[in-house]
Design a protein around this ligand. Structure first.
Ligand SMILES: Cc1cc2nc3c(=O)[nH]c(=O)nc-3n(C[C@H](O)[C@H](O)[C@H](O)COP(=O)(O)O)c2cc1C
Length: 164
């Protein structure tokens, strides 16, 4: 079995049994919001990363993240696209410490929304001036898992290089 096939097989196994991903301390950190429909949660738990899920309710305390991370955010727009960034994510990013450590964004959405596909991720990336790394639909496909695993690995290594 190729290394990639092994990663995908392990991902399927984790999804089936909901076993937590075992990732080393130097693995990328993904912070994400996922509503009760759990699409984004299903996607992120297939990645070989460390992850932190934001609380479902805005009344709960948002975690403070004081190390570099990538944010995965689904869109929840009203008609016309207003208010597409989930308030739980807005609350999290309103903490300057957490915001300062954001390296990039992964967008989750549904292509039924046409030009508003992953609009929340676009907004966060523009506002925080970080790259929008990838967009995926619902819980993503095996191909999305493969591309994000490889892309994130490269991005993470490049981001961790000391600046000259
Ligand atoms: C009320 C509502 C509004 C949505 N608005 C958008 C949108 O503007 N753009 C988009 O790409 N997806 C939109 N979606 C789709 C969600 O982003 C998508 O289902 C996502 O996978 C949800 O992730 P979660 O299950 O992890 O919360 C919307 C879904 C709902 C229920």
């Amino acid at each position: 079995m190729s290394a990639l096939a092994t990663v995908l097989a392990q991902a399927k196994e984790r999804e089936l049994h909901r076993t937590p991903v075992v990732a080393g301390d130097d693995a990328p950190l993904v912070v994400y919001f996922s509503s009760v429909t759990r699409n984004t949660d299903r996607f992120v738990t297939k990645l070989p990363v460390r992850s932190v899920r934001l609380p479902l309710k805005t009344t709960e305390t948002a975690p403070r993240i004081d190390e570099p991370y990538v944010l995965a955010v689904p869109s929840y727009g009203r008609p016309g696209g207003a208010g597409s960034v989930p308030p739980q994510v807005v609350k999290f990013l309103n903490d300057p410490v957490s915001r300062a450590h954001l390296l990039g964004v992964l967008g989750a959405g549904n292509t039924n929304f046409g030009p508003l596909f992953c609009v929340a991720a676009e907004k966060v990336a523009a506002k925080c001036q970080v790259p929008l790394l990838y967009k995926f639909e619902l819980m993503g496909t095996d191909e999305d898992v493969e591309k994000v695993t490889q892309g994130l690995d490269k991005f993470w290594q490049a981001s961790m290089q000391p600046r000259a």
